[in-house]
Design a protein. Structure first.
Ligand code: C2E
Ligand code: MG
Ligand code: MG
Ligand code: MG
Length: 284
């Protein structure tokens, strides 16, 4: 009996029967198929001038609706795509699609704002990454300065190689930003060597602004440092007017968050771009 139970236990805990890894395997298969069939969509979240609500940019955010599991958060499938290398074709699709939209908006006279696109380190380290980005932009006739590439601080794990790539992108005219700033391997000494235009203060710091005074002090310090190094500073994940007020008072000009707009499907963001401004929650 004990032997039987032991056997059962063994089988139950076998990693391949673990429901988490089952879901993972299933998702990986579905992810491959979805990439082949291009069954993803992109939502766009406005980036605004905190005082006026003028839209100064949009961030492209990948969306995936699984045929049976429904909506799957990028927080779940992006790490999986990175782990399996599928982020390379997937990232290329996002780049193409977001650039195509940007070009269309410009041609239609709708808007000439830039689009921000998230780039995984894994994707950036592909040998032909630069070539790929260059080709996409040339073929579509997009202006590189209207394309902002968002990378995370994890690039500094490989600082020499990353610097080469970033410098090339910069020379081609792309805008570069550091996403989730403050959550990674922040070292102030590397920052000034990076050819970046913008830092995005991570939501976790913005959340803490009104919670306690040290949270506010950290955000203030990031804003001051970024400004002093001549970076554009934008705050992510703004949900309340208190946060908006604090950011404005401390010299942060740009923001992004549910307070202004959630990431929107294409048709809705086009409507907003036509207006050029988010009207709610604007400081009088
Ligand atoms: P991220 O690039 O830092 O994007 C910001 C995330 O915060 C988005 O989540 C956005 O929907 C969410 N957000 C914006 N404002 C608010 C707010 O006020 N409150 C809250 N609670 N959330 C807010 P999302 O779309 O789920 O994406 C999560 C992450 O997945 C992104 O973080 C990015 O790292 C990654 N990701 C998304 N699309 C792509 C992509 O095309 N390529 C790559 N490599 N990564 C992507
Ligand atoms: Mg981002
Ligand atoms: Mg972020
Ligand atoms: Mg993130």
């Amino acid at each position: 009996l004990a032997k039987d139970r032991g056997k059962n236990n063994f089988q139950f805990y076998h990693p391949q029967l673990n429901s988490l890894s089952l879901r993972k395997m299933e998702l990986e298969t579905a992810l491959r198929k979805a990439i082949e069939q291009e069954s993803f969509t992109i939502h766009y979240q406005p980036q605004v001038d905190l005082k006026t609500g003028m839209i100064v940019g949009v961030e492209a955010l990948l969306r995936w609706v699984h045929p049976t599991h429904g909506f799957i958060s990028p927080g779940e499938f992006i790490p999986l795509a990175e782990e399996t290398g599928l982020i390379v074709p997937l990232g290329k699709w996002v780049l193409q699609e977001a650039c195509r939209q940007n070009k269309q908006w410009r041609d239609a006279g709708l808007s000439d704002i830039p689009v921000s696109i998230n780039i995984s380190v894994r994707q950036m380290q592909e040998e032909d990454f630069i070539e790929c980005v260059e080709r996409v932009v040339q073929e579509l006739g997009v202006i590189p300065s209207c394309v902002e590439l968002e990378i995370t601080e994890s690039i500094i794990q490989n600082i020499d190689e990353s610097l080469l790539i970033l410098n090339q992108l910069k020379e081609l005219g792309f805008k570069l930003s550091i996403d989730d700033f403050g959550t990674g391997y922040s070292s102030l000494s590397y920052l000034k060597h990076l050819p970046i235009d913008k830092i995005k203060i991570d939501k976790s710091f913005v959340d803490d602004i009104v919670e306690d005074s040290s949270g506010g002090a950290i955000v203030k310090t990031i804003i001051d440092m970024g400004t002093n190094l001549n970076f554009t500073v934008i705050a992510e994940g703004i949900e309340t007017e208190d946060q908006q007020q604090f950011l404005i008072q401390n010299g942060c000009e740009l923001g992004q968050g549910y307070l202004f707009s959630r990431p929107l499907p294409l048709q809705e963001v086009k409507e907003l771009l036509r207006q050029g401004i988010v009207h709610n929650k604007i400081i009088q």
